[in-house]
Design a protein around this ligand. Structure first.
Ligand SMILES: C[S@@+](CC[C@H](N)C(=O)[O-])C[C@H]1O[C@@H](n2cnc3c(N)ncnc32)[C@H](O)[C@@H]1O
Length: 193
């Protein structure tokens, strides 16, 4: 029997650029100093985070990676997937992904989820400079549905490997607004590279 995933979660596509920017700020606990950094946004949707920051002179150093977009040099929009990021190694100070990695792998077979979660995390780490950071927001950690359980286990396994075999520090970022509907079963995380 197919699962019934929640239908009434607010659609991210409906948010204005400013709302998306604010979500990133709150979910990922970004600070003004972070905007001095070279940032990559993975799974950037329509690049709203970078767009609002650029339009409001907050930063012009945010690159947006998205499989579905036309590349555009002026706006630093790049076409590509998290599992094969088209950048050289160690070029970003901060890599962010909000409501994207690893949630986008939801619904794949357990083996595929495991492989894609692992390869995307390694890719995010590859493009981050030593001493840099990865912040993942709205990471689905709930285990209400079978597909969520598969995703959560793949993530637990990948995090355990990073900690054990590579000594990577992974911290949970406190919920910005615990107990609101949007955050139930989600947990932002910070990975020190
Ligand atoms: C829920 S949207 C989040 C968009 C944006 N981060 C935001 O908060 O508004 C998830 C995005 O991830 C993108 N995506 C899907 N598969 C991807 C992949 N393999 N690598 C990177 N991004 C992917 C989707 O196209 C979509 O734009």
């Amino acid at each position: 029997m197919s699962e019934n995933l929640p239908q009434n979660e607010p659609s991210i596509e409906d948010h204005t650029d400013e709302e998306v920017f604010q979500n990133y700020m709150e979910d990922l606990k970004l600070s003004p100093e972070d905007f001095d950094k070279r940032i990559l946004d993975v799974g950037s949707g329509s690049s709203q985070f970078a767009k609002w920051a650029r339009d409001h002179h907050v930063s012009s150093q945010i690159f947006s990676l998205e499989p579905k977009q036309e590349p555009q040099e002026r706006t630093k929009s790049v076409q590509g997937k998290a599992e094969a990021i088209p950048f050289q190694s160690e070029v970003f100070d901060l890599v962010v992904s909000n409501a994207s990695i690893p949630n986008i792998f939801l619904g794949e077979s357990p083996e595929t989820v495991k492989e894609r979660v692992r390869s995307s995390l390694f890719e995010l780490m590859r493009v981050t400079k030593p001493g840099g950071e990865i912040r993942l927001g709205r990471v689905l950690r709930g285990k209400v549905y079978e597909s969520q359980e598969i995703l959560a286990s793949a993530l637990d396994e990948a995090f355990a490997e990073l900690r054990r075999d590579y000594g990577i520090e992974i911290e949970e970022i406190p919920y910005p607004a615990a107990n609101t509907y949007e955050y139930v079963n989600h947990q932002p995380v910070k990975i020190a590279c």
